[in-house]
Design a protein around this ligand. Sequence first.
Ligand code: BES
Ligand code: ZN
Ligand code: ZN
Length: 476
Amino acid sequence: MKIKIEKKVKSKKGLLVVPISKKKLASPPAFIKKFLKTRVNNKEFKGKKGETLSTYLGNQKILIIGTGKSASIRSTKELGGKIGKHAKSTKSEEISLMLPENLHNFAQSLLEGLLMSQYEEGNLKSKKKKGYCLEKLHIITDKKSLEKDLKKAQIISEGVKYTKDLVNKPSNLIDAAYLAHEAKRIAKENKYKVAILTQKQLEKEGWGLLLAVNQGSEKEAKCLVLQYDGAINKREKPAVIIGKGIVFDTGGYNLKPTNYIETMQQDMAGGAVVLGLFEILKKLHVRKNVIGIIPVAENLIGKNAYRPSDIIQALSGLTVEITNTDAEGRLVLADAITYATKFKPASIITIATLTGAVGVALGDRYAGLISNDIPLRSALQKAGSETDELAWPLPLHHDYKKKIDSKVADIKNYDLGSGRYGGCSKAAAFLERFVEKNKWCHVDIGGTAFSEDPKAYQGKGATAHGLQLLLKFLES
Ligand code: BES
Ligand code: ZN
Ligand code: ZN
């Protein structure tokens, strides 16, 4: 799609969008003055946030949209989404968007919302139909300097699209080999260092937990490692971001029931966020050293699959009793955390569809944050509220940490006694055993990665929740 900044409306084609604040209701652009005046006098339009009027003036299709009294990142992204969805429903392949002054500071958010609303989950129908596609977008403003913000919105939206595609597509297509191939492609295009740890290497090094989870699969486990050196001081300690890469989670022998299993291709959403992030780090010139680690496995049943009651030795040396094969995310992350400690990181962030419990606690608008370092957790929470990828703290408690002590091994992966109570905190308590002295924060996207009730600028399915949050965190 082409995006152009123009001083005046040149194109008469497509949809002309006129955002208007409450303040400007009395002095709108001249060409809609008469039309608007009647509507305002009849109280049919008050300029409220997201309120719309659509009409034709001559041959020109017009959408007037209220921007309310004041703007915020969330409301402006939603506004962008509303404009985008209106364009889609009226099949307007070209948009001229008049950018009013009160939205200058939010131009990036407005465009992000508009672009993100265009996302369509692909399909593999054998008869291809040419669907609607937004082809041209003219941003009408005399502020040339907004070009940078708009370019940034475009890059971020591309990263989000990339992540959503990985999460939405099924795991017979998006498997360990595919993700490894993508990691290599991204590394090559951006000149990052990359390592793909193969099943053989993982066995040699002793990644017992990751390998145990993958035992039921015919495909090989892998761990993908990407390294971006963006800091001005080359020796600056890296932020290590670990994304869960379970390409499908059946639950293993603790098999998930109908209505819970169908969308479990989403269980690599954390890994997909890490790949999406690496797609754009270099393009956005982020000034940090960042290492991305994605442990990839498939949690299946079969004659080789791991069982409840198995005892496995982790990469760290700790022995782990498996009490529930569906609590597999914490296992693969644990080995990746041990591996991450070798980089002497400034911080370790785990991002994962780790629990359904986080969704019960926080719903689908807030990811859960659990950390051993309050400043790190606060920085991530702030980054979330600055991008409308919200996140909220959940506690770690001394007693929760004790709950995973095992009689027959050092620890167990699930406490059968307390069941799902505080499930998110307890999953994180397991991870915490592996982080040692490092600053660590876990971002649980189990409730937010895949939505049935999408935001105004999204569709159903994958959300890429966490990508913009992490980017903002790295930028600050
Ligand atoms: N991948 C799931 C968590 C999940 C559930 C993510 C729904 C997204 C949507 C995870 O591996 C899991 O199964 N967790 C269990 C843990 C339990 C068995 C201790 C859960 O949360 O129910
Ligand atoms: Zn599971
Ligand atoms: Zn899982």
